[in-house]
Write a protein that binds this ligand. Structure first.
Ligand code: CMP
Length: 230
């Protein structure tokens, strides 16, 4: 893997010039994880952040009774594991590879040095954190205001915006997403998400082939989040 090229595709480091990236790339460690591997768990100390080069990573928190809430499913170009480096508190979530994944990791010292030398990274980081806060607020509002089909519609529309690839049928969401993960992301049971997906499929808004979801019209899907007749 060419670490400089891989860093150029990330939300945090993509703002830098190739020569600057090459310096940071030297400090990264490339790691491969098999599908299902646990990268770290909530509550442990964190000394490294990660950039996703390929594959999909799930960030989730657990209730004492074992129930899981999926905070996010991240894909190529995303960065995670930075919170524990900044607030020096334990990991706020578990990270699990949902598909075979290639990651680049950077330790606290190297990240802080990179930020001190290139303040643009701090601005990019604020953008990433701001977007996450917005998404968390939206997820909170979804649970308060929307029915399950609405929540599923909105989440799929957001994922299509973030990870969508234009194809003949519309937009393919190019990350692996099981029904179980989708249910944990929208705070609903797998059965109710299954019904919601069936409804969205009947309306021609969503389709699934193999491991990927397709959205025919992201705008229409987003409108569905507001209610059945919207
Ligand atoms: P950290 O707390 O080090 O370890 C868990 C990581 O999950 C955290 O850093 C963030 O990078 C990531 N994370 C936590 N909450 C969210 C969220 N709501 N959306 C996206 N990523 C998150």
């Amino acid at each position: 893997m060419d670490a400089t090229k891989a860093l150029a595709t990330t939300s945090l480091f993509g703002v830098l010039e190739p020569e600057e990236l090459a310096v940071i790339a030297q400090r990264t460690v490339a790691r491969r994880y098999r599908k299902g591997s646990i990268l770290f768990v909530q509550g442990e100390e964190g000394e490294r952040c990660f950039a996703i080069v390929s594959g999909t990573v799930k960030l989730s928190a657990y209730h004492a009774d074992g129930r899981e809430a999926v905070l996010a499913v991240l894909g190529p170009g995303d960065v995670f594991g930075e919170l524990a480096l900044f607030d020096e508190a334990p990991r706020s979530a578990d990270a699990t590879a949902l598909e075979d994944a290639e990651l680049l990791s950077l330790d606290r010292g190297a990240l802080n040095e990179a930020i001190a030398t290139h303040p643009e990274i701090a601005s990019a980081l604020l953008r990433v954190l701001g977007r996450r806060l917005r998404q968390s607020n939206e997820a909170f509002q979804d649970i308060a205001f929307f029915d399950v089909p609405g929540r599923v519609a909105r989440r799929l529309a957001d994922l299509a915006d973030s990870y969508g690839v234009e194809v003949e049928e519309g937009v393919m969401i190019d990350i692996f997403l099981s029904q179980e993960s989708l249910a944990q992301m929208v705070g609903a049971t797998r059965e109710s998400v299954n019904k919601a997906l069936a409804l969205l499929k009947r309306r021609g808004l969503v389709a699934r082939t193999g491991k990927r979801y397709f959205v025919s019209d992201v705008g229409r899907l987003r409108s569905r989040a507001l209610g059945p007749s919207a």
